[in-house]
Design a protein around this ligand. Structure first.
Ligand code: HEC
Length: 187
């Protein structure tokens, strides 16, 4: 059940993900060693507080995604823009963390997870823009990329909870920004 994600070794993206925001320094320090870490469940590595915050954030993101889906199908562009933005602005983790929590988090999560989080963060901004631009085709495309990112992260790091994703055959590019894939030179 080795996930394709474990073999990705990419340069950290510039995007500010909820986790990436305070972990980027560490990524630079860790270099490629973090990139070659095998994908395994992260939840056991998190403190109860971090886990609670993360769960809360995930539930909010899922709700927003559902509302976006419905709005997108019906051409309610303003809702797409607003909810896309709300995903982008959801910095629950960042807002509620003490310095110590931050250290805990940095120690716990691998680089690929942070990259996926950063990519989701970027995509949510693109979705908000597509909403503002009333560009339905683009909304549908970005929404698909976001869904891939949810599944990619869950199937790599949350299989202890989402067992049905354990053996999911996830295409290599899912959850990764196109530019990071281009940089992927190590098998
Ligand atoms: C970078 C990794 C990552 C990405 C990307 C990600 N998730 Fe999650 N998600 C997690 C982790 C880790 C958990 C497990 C949290 C826990 O149980 O402690 C989780 C749990 C969840 C849960 C269960 C929450 C609960 O406790 O009831 C939902 C729902 C969810 N994610 C939705 C989403 C959606 C929707 C997306 C995409 C828009 C997404 N996630 C993207 C890492 C991610």
């Amino acid at each position: 059940m080795l996930s394709p994600i474990s073999s990705r070794s990419a340069i950290p993206r510039r995007g500010r993900g909820r986790w990436a925001a305070f972990a980027l320094g560490t990524l630079v320090a860790l270099g490629t060693s973090a990139a070659s870490q095998a994908a395994e469940p992260v939840r056991p590595e998190l403190t109860p507080k971090l886990q609670g915050l993360l769960q809360k954030e995930m539930i909010q993101i899922e709700q927003a995604m559902q509302e976006i889906y419905s709005a997108m199908l019906q051409g309610r562009h303003a809702v797409v823009a607003e909810k896309g933005q709300s995903i982008h602005d959801s910095f629950i983790l960042e807002q509620s963390l003490t310095d110590e929590d931050r250290q805990d988090l940095k120690a716990a999560v691998p680089q690929e997870l942070l990259q996926m989080d950063a990519y989701l963060h970027e995509l949510s901004a693109s979705l908000a823009e597509a909403g503002q631009a009333q560009d339905t085709a683009r909304q549908v495309e970005v929404y698909g990329r976001m869904t891939e990112t949810c599944v990619a992260c869950h199937s790599a790091y949350v299989t202890d909870r989402f067992e049905g994703l354990q053996d999911a055959d996830i295409p290599t590019g899912w959850g990764m920004a196109p530019s990071t894939q281009d940089n992927d030179s190590e098998g």
